[in-house]
Design a protein around this ligand. Structure first.
Ligand code: SAM
Length: 202
């Protein structure tokens, strides 16, 4: 990837900075409608407001996670859909998003229709009530914290009893996921939480 877009995602050592750069400006122009929706539902205390994963981290994720056409990628807390769209376009696999805010979901569905991307779909649901039975690779850019995060991790653990799954995290939720005994962390622990961390179920 560095050959095409310069600096590697791993070059960011700053935990206060999610790591946006010129690749984000390029991707913004490529994909999305000019009018970005506002959040319409009040978030519960442990829910995290919308902030997108830097495009470079998504490129890094696709390059490092050995996705196959049998994989189904799920972005938990999919916001405006950039991660699901990029993963589908870069890896050619089915991608889903689960998002709490209906306005974000309407927007991402409209983007998918506009781009004729029928293998990228979005479900407007609280992640605690979502169906994870199809997914094999789950992504979280800290959509929630605390008990809510642990509740969703317990749902994923249940899925892992049926098939091996992978989880990729970005941001502060990585620490909680690292502590899960049913997961093996595949990437070394880092000083910055703004480096993708890869896990697989045991
Ligand atoms: C940090 S943003 C990440 C957005 C997206 N994954 C990306 O990287 O571009 C967190 C998202 O999670 C959503 N969210 C928060 N709590 C949620 C829940 N319980 N169920 C589903 N989505 C939730 C928020 O509305 C927000 O869009």
């Amino acid at each position: 990837m560095a050959e095409y877009v310069g600096l590697e995602a791993d070059d960011n050592d700053n935990c206060d900075d999610p790591g946006y750069d010129s690749l984000d400006i390029f991707i913004n122009r490529l994909f999305f409608f000019e009018t970005i929706p506002q959040q319409t539902k009040d978030l519960e205390p442990e829910m995290v407001y919308y902030q997108k994963t830097p495009a470079r981290a998504v490129f890094d994720l696709v390059e490092s996670s050995h996705l196959t056409t049998a994989d189904v990628f799920v972005d938990i807390g999919s916001g405006l859909g950039q991660v699901a769209f990029l993963v589908h376009l870069l890896a050619g696999i089915t991608a889903r998003g689960i998002e709490f805010d209906p306005a974000f979901c309407d927007y991402t569905r409209a983007c998918a229709a506009e781009l004729h991307l029928s293998h990228v779909t979005f479900i407007n649901r609280d992640a605690r009530q979502a169906d994870y039975s199809e997914g094999t690779v789950f992504f979280m850019f800290t959509p929630f914290r605390g008990a809510m995060l642990r509740e969703v991790l317990a749902l994923l653990q249940r899925e892992s009893l049926r098939r091996r799954i992978k989880i990729i995290t970005y941001g502060p939720c990585t620490a909680e996921v690292t502590g899960q005994s049913w997961l093996e962390r595949l990437t070394p622990e880092e000083d910055s939480c703004y480096k993708s961390a890869f896990f697989r179920s045991l």
